[in-house]
Design a protein around this ligand. Structure first.
Ligand code: NAI
Ligand code: MG
Length: 329
């Protein structure tokens, strides 16, 4: 029995969460779902966007499913990532049939460092001339994320890890990143995993010109943020893109999209990003068989293109699409 904290949040977060739980209930796994509050509605009701009870629940559970927050997103999701030390951000770039993917053969996992780099807000400062942002690269955090990428490759049958950096200009910080990449890569060489590295600017082009050659990408915080959004554009939009935030003790799984106030309440949000996030949770929990079964059911519904939401040119509702996936299981 897995203890799962469920935070639907705001807007379509509620709708896509209902669709995902509907499907998890149909799997051959026992879950105990505990619902918790966070987000704009919670802020209005209780005065805080992320109550301590919610944080404690997530800490104590086996995993957390998060829908979306609205305007308070930074106070909710960024705080959750930091409090739980969720150092690895996994963003798959995978083309599915029946979507507006620009290429039909992309299958990349972007492993992004989630705790340092250019995104440590407390290291940014105003100066007389303007402002300075420091880019923090520590051996500890970068080795941890690089190792995570190789372990991911190993346990998912991948044969290549590409480190993305700008070491020709950022000689010290990205020089260190590249050095650690090859040190760790050496340990995985005889386990059938090749190491390669590319400059980030060139990579933003390669994703478009030869994206299908990448398997696992590992990179620092800002570069990962940018490349993964480029990846989202390549495979057809926000309603389809899941993500995982993983730390030593906790995992939090969420669609990349927000609360979508423009379509909230209409029951037409695409539930795939949330359902694929639940699939990533199954992988994290070690439930590979059920994760694969779920992904195949999603593939079936997407390729038939019959029971899909308006963003995929269909006319099904969120729950009708969920029911179709459940049936395909
Ligand atoms: P958004 O992701 O909510 O929406 C952007 C556009 O994509 C909208 O036109 C929306 O209708 C569409 N869209 C998003 N998800 C969809 C889905 N599942 N199916 C069909 N269409 C979908 O981003 P936006 O509009 O920039 O932000 C809206 C609110 O969400 C803001 O309050 C923002 O702070 C919050 N937000 C929260 C995030 C989180 O909780 N992790 C992430 C991004 C934004
Ligand atoms: Mg981003």
């Amino acid at each position: 029995m897995y203890e799962i904290t469920v935070i639907p949040g705001d807007g379509i977060g509620n709708e896509v969460m209902e669709a995902a739980i509907n499907i998890l209930d149909a799997l051959d796994i026992d879950f105990n779902f505990t619902y918790a509050k966070a987000g704009d509605d919670c802020l209005e009701e209780t005065g805080v966007a992320l109550p301590d009870e919610t944080l404690e629940l997530v800490k104590a559970s086996d995993a957390c499913l998060f829908g979306a927050a609205g305007e308070s997103a930074a106070d909710v999701i960024v705080k959750l990532r930091q409090s739980l030390k969720l150092f690895a951000n996994l963003r798959p770039v995978k083309s599915y049939p029946g979507t507006k993917a620009l290429f039909d053969n992309l299958d990349i996992m972007i492993v992004r460092e989630n705790t340092e780099g250019l995104y440590k807000a407390d290291t940014e400062e105003e100066t007389e001339e303007g402002a300075i942002a420091k880019r923090i690269i520590t051996r500890e955090a970068e080795e941890r994320i690089i190792r995570y990428a190789y372990e991911y490759a190993k346990s998912n049958g991948k044969t290549k890890v590409a480190g993305i950096h700008k070491a020709n200009v950022l000689k010290k910080s990205d020089g260190l990143f590249k050095k650690i990449l090859y040190e760790v890569g050496e340990e995985y060489k005889n386990q059938g995993i090749e190491t390669d590295d590319f400059y980030v600017d060139a990579t933003s082009m390669y994703l478009i010109t030869r994206g299908s050659e990448f398997e696992v990408i590992v990179t620092t915080n800002l570069f990962g943020d940018i490349l993964s959004d480029e990846g989202a554009g390549l495979v057809g939009g926000l309603g389809l893109i899941p993500s995982a935030n993983i730390g030593e003790n906790n995992g939090l799984f969420e669609p990349v999209h927000g609360s979508a106030p423009d379509i909230a309440g209409k029951g037409i949000a695409n539930p795939i990003a949330m359902i694929l996030s639940a699939k990533m949770m199954l992988d994290y929990l070690g439930e590979k068989k059920e994760a694969d079964r779920l992904e195949n059911a999603i593939l079936k519904v997407l390729s038939e293109g019959k029971d899909v939401t308006p963003d995929l040119d269909g006319n099904s509702s969120t729950m009708e699409m969920s029911e179709a996936i459940k049936k395909a299981l």
